[in-house]
Ligand binder design. Structure first.
Ligand SMILES: [Fe+2]
Ligand SMILES: [Fe+2]
Length: 292
């Protein structure tokens, strides 16, 4: 039986590094804040001091605390202090927001392909966190992080091999009416670059210490059956990924896709699925606004 987080070993990391060169690092304030958020002994004052020292993080936290996403029923933004905003959002939400901020920082939004990757990441995060709620799990923030980061390998590969990756993403976009375009993307990457985004992403997530769930979800999101019964996250992300294709968020758009298998997996009927799609679209658009 393979080690569930096989991409955490030094040998695999070295192999991936040999192919992609270096792995990008998070900005200092982000890495420091991530460590503080994970440490239960860090005080709220210290967390606020780190956020206050980075203008981008300040804007992010204040904007989220004022967003209808986290303040349902409040239509007018109110000026909040950083400590009040941090208290209101809580550590888990700030952690996933900071990861979104770090991911956005790696993507060049002037590039259409990378803008689509950003939208796909946020949409998959929103859908994955709602799917776990549907199936009665409380791990909403873990689902969000797994969804957000499942294709981070594509982002890293865009940084290292921009021309080849943009050509692959463009091909994917044009051919996405095909049978299983997502599986095909892994094959295309392997053929042209000798490695695929699931492996690159899993190694990066281990290096960045984003948690085993996110690394395993990333490594297996194109082959969830390989870890069936041992981790739910690759399966949840696979479903969220398919729903993103159906809803046309990202480089793969398959609006005609039959959602019957997804409805059966989630144990909902067609009418309930239609409601879910509507709810997800509204939440995804709000999330785009919050991170605009
Ligand atoms: Fe993927
Ligand atoms: Fe994806």
């Amino acid at each position: 039986m393979v080690n569930l987080n096989e991409y955490a070993t030094e040998k695999v990391t070295e192999k991936v590094l040999a192919l992609v060169g270096e792995i990008p690092t998070f900005p200092r304030a982000v890495s420091h804040l991530m460590k503080q958020l994970k440490d239960p002994d860090t005080s709220l004052e210290d967390i606020c001091a780190t956020i206050s020292g980075d203008p981008g993080l300040c804007v992010l936290v204040l904007r989220l605390a004022n967003s209808p996403l986290y303040r349902p029923g409040f239509s007018n933004p109110t000026t909040l202090s950083i400590p009040r905003a941090v208290q209101m959002l809580g550590r888990k939400i700030i952690e996933s927001a900071v990861l979104s901020y770090a991911l956005r920082g790696m993507l060049r939004r002037s590039s259409l392909a990378e803008k689509l990757l950003w939208e796909h990441a946020l949409a998959c995060a929103v859908i994955a966190s709602d799917i776990v709620r549907l199936i009665g799990s409380k791990n909403v923030e873990t689902a969000y992080v797994c969804g957000l980061l499942h294709d981070v390998g594509k982002t890293v590969m865009c940084l290292r091999f921009p021309e080849t990756m943009h050509a692959i993403l463009e091909d994917q976009y044009n051919q996405s009416q095909g049978e299983d375009a997502a599986i095909c993307s892994v094959a295309m990457e392997k053929e042209h670059l000798g490695i695929d985004h699931a492996r690159v992403g899993a190694v990066c997530l281990n290096v960045w210490q984003c948690g085993e769930e996110a690394a395993v979800a990333c490594a297996y999101h194109h082959r969830p059956k390989d870890v069936q019964g041992r981790s739910v996250w690759p399966g949840v992300i696979r479903i969220a990924d398919i729903l993103c294709h159906k809803m046309e968020y990202g480089p793969i758009c398959r609006p005609m896709l039959n959602l019957g298998p997804v409805e059966r997996a989630l144990r909902i009927n067609g009418a309930e699925m239609a409601q879910c799609l509507e709810r997800w679209r509204a939440k995804i658009e709000e999330t785009f606004q919050a991170f605009a």
